[in-house]
Design a protein around this ligand. Structure first.
Ligand SMILES: [Fe+2]
Length: 374
């Protein structure tokens, strides 16, 4: 029977983090953020000071979260005896903080893979500043294991933040490239959740709602970032998509996207977008009814084939509007890419995500799809 979980407390709204009551979590905070954001969150520092909460700032997070950064963060907040963690930033920041909150001294990231992790941890307040990852409401975290150059998808209730503060105001200053990457990441979460074999009626509701919002608002958020309404809708859509895939999982796009991130450091949402249409076209014949149902829910008309085609065209259109480059345009060395196809395909299958597809995906399918980009 389907099991739907969303145990995180979720607070949504506009411009409320500056007044949020953090004192309920203790007297000393460990703020995890990145180098860009640390100078742009005075409203948070001021709020903590107002509540007489001291804090330590850890701003070492780069574009991709790695095991070594997790170890450094863990060491730091334990040394500083912090009472709780505030993760404020994009998916990399929140994913790093989730693992730092949970991992024990001397434990390795790989020790927590692939079995679900369930243990008590220091309170974690997740504050997303992008509208995409959904990490604030999921039991997943993705971390690069630098010893093997692979991205590990860790899962379990332990990785669910204590509370998610989804403040639409915080994503309103995202540059265009980030709006594209995170918006299309959220789109991928939602369409993969709906077409996953783990999909269920409740996750469907969130996936459909997210897709409607993204199709309607991502072009405007991308082209006119100052449109607050479009930003607010994208912020909610990312949250909904996160709730959907937290319960229905992601599938082949995410499975194939992670190796691209690990080896070529393509931002997660961009590598998803590069793969999205081809992967969905590949699996849709095996799940035509499901894809057609989704198209119907989104308001497309015609025969099942026509509706699925309209859905695929929407993907192409969104990627075009958001100016998603090809692998070559991004600068990926295609000789290296070809050499790595087998490793990437094996890593994709090892993540378990392709197996959630409505289609029975085999290693050869993933190899074939990677090769189609040569
Ligand atoms: Fe994602």
């Amino acid at each position: 029977m389907p099991n739907f979980t969303s145990p995180t407390n979720i607070v949504t709204g506009q411009n409320f983090v500056k007044d949020y009551d953090f004192s309920q979590y203790g007297k000393k905070a460990f703020i995890v953020t990145d180098n860009f954001f640390k100078d742009k969150i005075d409203y948070l520092y001021n709020n903590l000071k107002k509540q007489e909460i001291s804090y330590t700032i850890f701003a070492e997070i780069g574009q991709e979260p790695t095991d070594n950064i997790v170890y450094a963060a863990t060491k730091e907040y334990r040394k500083e005896a912090c009472d709780f963690i505030i993760a404020i930033g994009g998916g990399s920041v929140i994913d790093t903080a989730k693992l730092a909150a949970v991992i024990k001294d001397n434990e390795k990231v790989a020790d927590l893979f692939p079995q679900p992790v369930d243990r008590k941890h220091i309170p974690l307040i997740a504050i997303p500043t992008t509208a995409g990852t959904g990490s604030e409401v999921t039991q997943f975290t993705i971390i690069s294991d630098t010893t093997t150059d692979t991205k590990l998808l860790l899962k379990g209730p332990a990785f669910m933040p204590t509370v998610a503060l989804v403040d639409a105001e915080l994503s309103s200053s995202m540059p265009k490239s980030l709006t594209a990457a995170t918006g299309l990441d959220a789109f991928t979460h939602a369409i993969e959740a709906f077409t996953s074999r783990k999909a269920q009626p409740l996750s469907d509701i969130f996936a459909i709602s997210a897709l409607k919002k993204i199709i309607k608002n991502l072009p405007e958020a991308y082209n006119n970032g100052s449109n607050k309404e479009a930003r607010a809708e994208m912020s909610l859509a990312a949250l909904e998509a996160g709730i959907a895939f937290n319960n229905a999982s992601v599938t082949i796009v995410h499975g194939m996207s992670r190796p691209l991130g690990a080896l070529y450091h393509i931002p997660h949402g961009i590598s998803n977008a590069m793969l999205l249409e081809k992967c969905m076209r590949y699996v849709s014949p095996a799940g035509k009814d499901r894809f057609a149902l989704l198209a119907t829910e989104l308001g497309y008309e015609g025969s099942a084939d026509e509706k699925v085609e309209k859905l695929m065209n929407v993907i192409t259109e969104l990627c075009n509007i958001c100016e998603i480059p090809s692998l070559k345009e991004y600068g990926v060395d295609m000789v290296s890419f070809e050499r790595n196809i087998e490793k990437m395909a094996n890593d994709a299958m090892a993540s378990g995500s392709p197996q959630n597809c409505i289609m029975d995906v085999k290693l050869e399918d993933v190899i074939r799809l990677y090769k189609s980009y040569l």
